[in-house]
Design a protein around this ligand. Structure first.
Ligand code: NI
Length: 179
């Protein structure tokens, strides 16, 4: 088990456009996925992208089989390893909701996202993933994949008046750090 350090906003490595993965089912890719999973679980995150641990590759993980203590009311999202993703909006509808990020600890903000998306990519073995998602699932995918294009959620916000410290916005949450 290797819990890696999570880079924080201000680190230039979070602003890179990540490189596509060219080899699947390799020891290096499996090790990266294991490190991402260990790091996400240690931080109780809803998702994590390779650039957040300083790895310049198009790999994200998200989802959970269990309720996240920091998102007790959120629907479950299938645990997923997504490599070389492509996201296409379905329809024009955008939705606003709160987001946090392990690279922006202790903060939350309202972020507009596509309400419904079609996304494709591969798992770590090279098997294709092709899904339609909406709501929280669609939001998590958009948030995590944004890390691959060098975008952090504050860069997607429409109203910076809706950005603040978790402990002030949501004093009942047990843990101020979040994603
Ligand atoms: Ni994030």
């Amino acid at each position: 088990m290797t819990v890696r350090d999570i880079l924080k906003m201000g680190d230039a490595r979070l602003l890179r456009v990540a490189q596509p993965v060219t080899g699947f089912d390799t020891d290096a890719l499996h090790l990266l996925v294991t490190d991402l999973l260990d790091t996400m679980h240690a931080a109780n995150g809803a998702g994590l992208a390779a650039p957040q641990i300083g790895v310049d590759l198009q790999v994200v993980i998200f989802g959970s089989n269990a309720r996240n203590p920091r998102y007790p009311d959120r629907p479950l999202v299938p645990p997923t390893v997504l490599v070389n993703p492509v996201i296409m909006p379905l329809g024009e509808t955008m939705e606003d909701d709160w987001e946090g990020c392990l690279s922006v600890p202790g903060m939350r903000g309202i972020v507009p996202r596509w309400a419904r998306i079609h996304y494709t990519g591969f798992d770590q073995y090279g098997d294709p993933i092709d899904r339609v998602a909406d709501g929280f699932h669609a939001r998590v995918v958009q948030h995590e994949c944004d890390h691959l294009w060098g975008k952090l959620y504050p860069m997607r916000m429409a109203d910076m008046a809706q950005f603040g410290f978790t402990e002030v916005l949501f004093p009942d949450l047990a843990d101020a750090d979040d994603d």
